[in-house]
Design a protein around this ligand. Structure first.
Ligand code: 7TS
Length: 408
């Protein structure tokens, strides 16, 4: 029995009907951004054509309606990630902004000279640079937990890095390069034994697996709408209420205040304290439609289908001589990085693009990880629910073409 009706799902995504260079589009760059279903595109369109007004400030009908919609999405997101309280859901621009918010607010408030922030070797630049900035300002330093050659975190070594000065651990739930699904629950339990809070970068996880922030017991969880079939420019920071309430604001402006005088300002309650200025209303509404779309299919089914694709692609690539898969972690999801002997990843990407196959090549915003792996770059195919076994055949066909061109 088929897990999901992929043909029907594909029909929900207008862009997939397109031909690229005379061939039907094979989109395998989903870790960068996913495509959008019609329901998301239409939700954004109808907001602008029927409901456009600013939120939280008007008494008129449209403003009230838009405010209601935005707050309704907050509640849907709360249920989606199983947060305890809708006020723990902060709308931000994306994962990057969510992490910067925590670094600049929590980090600046808690870090002192000599303190430490722990990250891992497999982090995206978005979960490295914000910590470097605040560490530099405060005289604190980064500690980096190592991975083994397969791409698994070395948990014993990670534990050995905790010290009295560790103030926060920040790690990805799923690596955007290796596909490693990190044992985040274990890391969180471990960190909490040392009274250290944990931020999870969930950019690659939210579209592919059920997230239960209460079960994980994470202190912060960050993700982006655009990687989960939603719009760009919108994302979520989840934070435990007690932590968020004690944190200073990240940005100042409208909406985040209760009372302003020239002498001083009283800040608004959660979540508005962290949502200065007019939010990305259309984006929030589109994010709500994306959550509904995912829930309509069910994340267990999405994960099962994507896992089949990953197995299929892994086996197929292993059969192509000269192809080496990068990342052989015990638990992997939806991302397949590889290199081809004698061919630069950029050439791989360019040649298979001619075949209508879109993958990403480069350092994937994880330059320190590339250094650890000893490669300048990789080619990366990443899957979403609408990908099919035919897409993998097209990838394999494209890679055989690369071998022909390079005579290897
Ligand atoms: N964290 C991880 C693990 C990511 O994969 C990405 C984006 C981000 C953070 C940043 O997300 P943003 O939405 O704020 O930009 N990763 C990728 C990628 O792998 N290819 O393009 C973007």
């Amino acid at each position: 029995m088929k897990i999901l009706d992929i043909e029907k799902i594909r029909a929900d995504f207008p862009i997939l009907r397109q031909s690229i260079r005379g061939r039907s589009l094979v989109y395998l760059d989903n870790a960068a951004t996913s495509q959008k279903p019609r329901s998301v595109i239409e939700a954004i369109g109808s907001y602008y054509s029927e409901q456009n007004a600013n939120v939280h400030r008007g008494v008129h009908y449209l403003s009230e309606k838009a405010t209601e919609e935005v707050e309704n999405v907050r509640v849907r997101v709360k249920k989606f990630i199983k947060a305890q309280d809708h006020r723990e859901v902060i709308f931000v621009r994306g994962t990057t902004e969510a992490i910067n918010l925590v670094a600049q607010s929590y980090g600046r408030a808690h870090l002192q000279a000599g303190d430490e922030v722990m990250i891992t070797e497999m982090e995206h630049h978005s979960n490295i640079v914000p910590w470097q900035i605040v560490c530099e300002e405060k005289g604190a330093r980064l500690k980096v937990a190592p991975i083994d050659d397969a791409g698994d975190l070395e948990l014993d070594l990670l534990e050995s890095l905790f010290s009295k000065r560790t103030r926060l651990v920040a790690l990805s739930h799923i690596s955007n390069v290796l596909g490693t699904i990190n044992p985040v629950k274990k890391v969180i339990e471990m960190a909490h034994r040392y009274q250290v809070p944990v931020l999870i970068d969930g950019a690659q996880a939210v579209p592919h697996m059920n997230i239960d922030v209460q079960d994980l017991d994470c202190d912060f969880y960050a993700f982006s709408g655009h990687k989960m079939y939603g719009p760009t420019g919108i994302g979520v920071l989840y934070g435990k209420r007690g932590l968020l309430e004690a944190m200073p604001p990240y940005q100042g402006g409208g909406d985040m205040i209760r009372k302003v005088t020239f002498e001083g300002t009283e800040y608004n309650d959660l979540p508005y304290k962290f949502e200065a200025g007019t939010p990305h209303i259309a984006g929030i509404i589109g994010l709500g439609a994306a959550v509904d779309y995912i829930q309509g299919m069910g994340l267990e089914k999405i994960a099962a289908h994507e896992n089949e694709l990953l197995q299929d692609a892994t086996q197929a690539l292993q059969k192509i001589s000269g192809v080496e898969i990068i990342g052989k972690a015990r638990d992997r999801a939806c991302v397949l990085s590889f290199v081809m002997e004698g061919v630069h990843p950029h050439d791989v990407g360019t040649i298979i693009d001619q075949e209508g196959v879109a993958i990403r090549v480069g350092h994937h915003c994880a330059m320190p990880l590339m250094k650890r792996l000893g490669v300048p770059a990789t080619a990366r195919a990443s899957f979403a629910v609408y990908n099919s076994h035919e897409d993998i055949q097209a990838l394999v066909h494209g890679l055989r073409k690369v071998r022909e061109v390079f005579g290897c």
